[in-house]
Design a protein around this ligand. Structure first.
Ligand SMILES: [Zn+2]
Ligand SMILES: [Zn+2]
Ligand SMILES: [Zn+2]
Length: 494
């Protein structure tokens, strides 16, 4: 029999809820559910069922109903890739991205191991200058030369990357560059193939028949609020990663072609309001060979050696970041009900001032954002350009908080390696194998998994924990951090 509790004297809502959960029919299951989320910040709450039947015998092999859970719902991880939103899920995403890049470099996960002998380059492409900014010049020695403003800035000085002269800095050019960076990358990949054919004295057709070029890239924000790209470029034979590239497809040819493509790839933007603009890469770009072995440490400024593992680690690290590196906010500023217009159409089709944003179109006023002046000016410029019909397709209101960039943070060509979906499938298969092992231990009869039919129906309820579960999740996070700590100190095996 369940006692009814008098919890009026328990002040903390979390504790009160935890006691209520402890009084449900299965508190172990409550804690197990939270533990399975591995510290996820805002899990998804679902209601529904999944039933697996054997079509031959019409028997139900297993079934799951969220109603049977002590709290009546199923909790699953949010799966957000961004560290600012969910550190736990972003770690899983980073690990998957690592394996994806690593497989493209040294094989594994269905990629031929011989790819490590193919020419591979680590390429960094940057934006041009839109005006002088405060910087910290190091000439290889520990001492830094003074900035153009006359000062020597500390490594973490907030003014680094901000314009020396904000009134003459080309904010329009900077925002439009970010907004076209994804397109410029696409053009670069086309021009790279053309430049290769030209450099090798072949027709494009002959080159395409003998050589495949695959890419994996991540976007990263520099302090000045402009995106730049890090990419892995690999040569394969005509049938992709399983075939070796022709002998003439060398790293040197790749390196030369990158230089030509950087110079030639450009977009012309025409606008009545701002005139004609050329979107092109900055002169500073880097091409380095990737080696299969070595233990060099890869950092932003100094590169000892590019190896499979450190390139993959570097790219994975940036895959979980958005524009945080530039000090901006991690949410759109566009008012959703009016889509940034500031008005909504009433029943008479006449525009009515939007009640959510009081007609500004902004979910949060740009002038009140807790960001640096330079970042605010980038956001404001993006917002103003968003009013011009010729830039409508850039969706600058929606992406103003990203300083104009709306591209994908990481992407790869299909031929590069495995996919994130495939990695998730591997994890799912592993869980099924675990369940199967548990079944065998319990002495239950085996079922032929391949012929079973699964049907399910799920609806979204909400996001987040109950207050009591939040306390349990905090404990899980603490335990994970503690284990991590012990591993680093070598007290438990990694
Ligand atoms: Zn999560
Ligand atoms: Zn300075
Ligand atoms: Zn609005």
């Amino acid at each position: 029999m369940r006692r009814s509790l008098d919890l009026r004297h328990v002040v903390s809502p979390g504790l009160r809820d935890l006691i209520e959960l402890a009084n449900t029919h299965n508190f172990d299951r409550v804690t197990e559910q939270v533990r399975n989320l591995r510290g996820c910040t805002r899990p998804i709450n679902l209601h529904g069922w999944t039933v697996t039947t054997d079509p031959a015998t019409k028997k139900v092999v297993r079934s799951y109903h969220s109603e049977d859970e002590p709290s009546g719902r199923l909790l699953t991880t949010c799966g957000n890739r961004r560290a600012s939103r969910c550190p736990a899920c972003s770690r899983v995403y980073a690990a998957d991205t690592y394996h994806l890049i690593k497989a493209g470099l040294s094989g594994g996960k269905n990629v031929a191991e011989t790819v490590r002998d193919h020419p591979r380059a680590f390429v960094t492409l940057t934006a041009p200058s839109f005006g002088p900014v405060h910087n910290r010049k190091t000439d290889g020695t520990a001492k830094s030369r003074p900035c153009a403003c006359g000062q020597s800035h500390a490594e973490d000085a907030p003014e680094l990357g901000t314009p020396l002269s904000p009134t003459t800095y080309d904010y329009t050019g900077a925002v439009l560059w970010n907004a076209h960076a994804g397109q410029l990358w696409a053009r670069f990949t086309t021009y790279l193939r053309r430049a290769l054919a030209e450099h090798l004295g072949m027709t494009q057709k002959a080159l395409n028949a003998a050589l495949r070029v695959s890419f994996a890239k991540v976007a990263e924000y520099q302090k000045r609020g402009l995106v730049h790209f890090h990419a892995v470029i690999r040569f394969d034979g005509p049938d992709g990663h399983t075939t070796p590239p022709p002998a003439w497809a060398t790293f040197d040819a790749l390196s030369t072609a990158v230089g030509l493509a950087v110079e030639r790839a450009r977009l012309i933007v025409e606008s009545d309001a701002i005139g004609e603009r050329v979107i092109a890469w900055g002169r500073r770009f880097k091409v380095d060979p990737i080696t299969a072995l070595g233990d060099g440490e890869l950092t932003d400024a100094r590169v000892a050696e590019y190896t499979d593992a450190n390139v993959a680690g570097y790219i994975a690290k940036y895959a979980t970041k958005n524009a945080e590196g530039a000090g901006t906010v991690d949410r759109t500023l566009m008012c959703r009900p009016c889509a940034g217009r500031g008005y909504v159409r009433g029943p008479s089709r006449l525009p009515n001032r939007c009640a959510d944003c009081h007609g500004t179109g902004q979910a949060e006023p740009i002038k009140a954002l807790p960001v640096q002046q330079h970042v605010r000016q980038m956001i404001r410029t993006a917002w103003d350009l968003g009013h011009l019909p010729e830039f409508a397709e850039l969706k600058l209101w929606k992406w103003a908080h990203m300083l104009g960039f709306r591209g994908h943070f990481s992407s790869k060509s299909r031929a590069y390696s495995t996919t994130l979906g495939a990695l998730r499938d591997v994890r799912r298969a592993w869980r099924i194998a675990q369940a199967e092992a548990a079944r065998a231990r319990a002495g239950l009869p085996a079922t032929d998994e391949t012929t079973l039919v699964t049907t399910s129906s799920w609806t979204y309820l909400s996001s987040g924990y109950r207050p009591g579960e939040e306390l349990l999740a905090a404990q899980v996070r603490h335990d994970i951090a503690h284990t991590q700590c012990l591993k680093q100190e070598g007290l438990v095996p990694a």
